[in-house]
Design a protein around this ligand. Structure first.
Ligand code: FHN
Length: 438
């Protein structure tokens, strides 16, 4: 009897769920208008009016090796680049279109350079491919839910030609899975209304994918409109349900499970400011401390965090993003043991922060100072030792007189006498490694 789909998914995602932290990269022609990657939709820009950006695109400072070093230093273990976004512009040398980076002034296969550079740094690599294509002449336009020309009757198209777009889409995915070496992730985006599942000829597409790169890990958006949708949430997922759920711009309040309450693989994708593609005036950047705590929150709920950067038209990751990632990386460098290979603890969420767990190691992520010793609810007699993860220093597991009322709990403190109060070594997240009995 062969493996079930869930058994295959579990095998495929083993590395993914250990790595926990990845870089999302949204880049393309939309970096020139610099108003985000939906600018064609929001400003109803026709192919003809968008052409100016194709003619101009020349990212002279594109240095994927630098991007890869930034991702690695941030503690990211994998990266996903947009090979084609909704505007239809291909960052790779597709034989099926002229609308590609190798035909711009840059003349470069941006995807190939990205893959080479990130593999060189030891990161796993993935490609994002938009199912939606606002440039292709056979993709629904007038009357579509999202197309830039959705209100323009001149763009009424014969639905019988949609098959030509699907042949193009399947052909390009075959190109990416054939001509660019081993890929670890394929990130499809996104299904909507009737545009889902077999409308994309999803079973046929999955047969192609599994025949070319059977190991590759897929998101759930062939089957879902985004985030937490599709049959991946059932105990009988479809062949094209994907390998992980993809909640977007939110951390699922209580993780992600199937209809039998079993945790399923999931990855929250989040922007650093409020744009996926470059937004020159969007300065709403999240603090490094927020990113650290959200990464911990994902892991504490058995999930991954895919954190986005939107490089500019010159090919550079915005300095604000680089600085945040540098600070996150300094924390991950010293506390990564509490992230990589970790997952949910069976313990209830503590008042002062969150737990992550790996075997008999319980990691206390302390976001809020305690008065007196730090409470470990329900762990009386189970804590063998406590160490500050960042520097390995001894902490003090004990029961000073002000804890006598709480016999079921354990306590530790950062210094002696343990009865007193001490500041958190790292206000963003102080990680204490607890070795548990049994
Ligand atoms: O429309 C896209 C959007 O531009 C971006 O790529 C996000 C990233 O997950 N996905 C879609 C919105 O859900």
């Amino acid at each position: 009897m062969g493996q079930t789909y869930i058994e295959q998914r579990t095998e495929r995602t083993e590395w993914f769920l250990k790595d926990r932290f990845g870089m999302f990269i949204h880049w393309g022609l939309y970096a020139i208008p610099a108003r985000g990657e939906w600018v064609r939709n929001s400003e109803r820009i026709s192919n003809e009016d968008y052409q100016v950006y194709f003619d101009e695109f020349n990212p002279v400072r594109y240095d994927p090796k630098a991007w890869a070093k930034t991702a690695k230093a941030a503690g990211m273990k994998y990266a996903v680049l947009t090979a084609k976004h909704h505007d239809g512009f291909c960052l790779f040398d597709s034989k099926l279109t002229d609308y590609k980076s190798t035909n711009t002034k840059s003349g470069r296969d941006l995807v190939r350079e990205f893959l080479d550079a990130f593999r060189e740094e030891g990161l796993k690599v993935g490609l994002y491919y938009s199912l939606i294509d606002w440039h292709h002449p056979d993709y629904p336009a007038y009357g579509d839910e999202h197309h830039p020309m959705r209100d323009n009757e001149a763009y009424k198209r014969d639905p019988s030609t949609f098959g030509r777009y699907l042949d193009y889409m399947h052909g390009q995915i075959r190109e990416l899975l054939t001509d660019y070496g081993k890929l670890d992730i394929m990130w499809f985006d996104f299904s909507y209304g009737e545009m889902k599942g077999e409308t994309w000829r999803a079973t046929e597409l999955m047969e192609t994918i599994r025949s070319l790169q059977p190991h590759i890990v897929l998101d759930n958006r062939l089957d879902a409109s985004g985030g937490n949708g599709g049959s991946i949430h059932t105990s009988n997922p479809s062949f094209y349900s994907g390998d992980f759920a993809s909640p977007e711009q939110i951390i699922p309040p209580s993780g992600v499970t199937d209809n039998e309450g079993r945790s399923i693989p999931w990855e929250a994708c989040v922007t650093l400011n409020n744009n996926w593609g470059y937004g020159s005036t969007d300065k709403t950047y999240k603090k490094a401390g927020t990113i650290i705590r959200k990464l911990v929150e994902c892991v504490s709920k058995n999930g991954n965090l895919l954190l986005n950067v939107g490089p500019d038209a010159k090919g550079e990751i915005p300095l604000e993003s680089v600085r945040i990632l540098e600070e996150v990386g300094e924390w991950v460098l010293r506390n990564g043991d509490s992230i990589y290979g970790c997952g949910q603890s069976e313990l209830p969420k503590p008042e002062w922060g969150r737990y992550t767990r790996k075997g008999n190691k319980l990691y206390a992520h302390i976001f809020e100072e305690s008065i007196g010793p730090v409470n470990l609810a329900g762990l009386a007699g189970r804590v063998k030792q406590a160490r500050l993860l960042s520097d390995g220093s001894e902490l003090f597991v004990s029961r000073p007189w002000n804890t006598e009322m709480y016999p079921n709990d354990a306590f530790f403190n950062f210094a002696r006498p343990e009865v007193l109060t001490y500041p958190l070594p790292d206000e963003r997240d102080t990680v204490v490694e607890l070795i548990l009995e049994d």
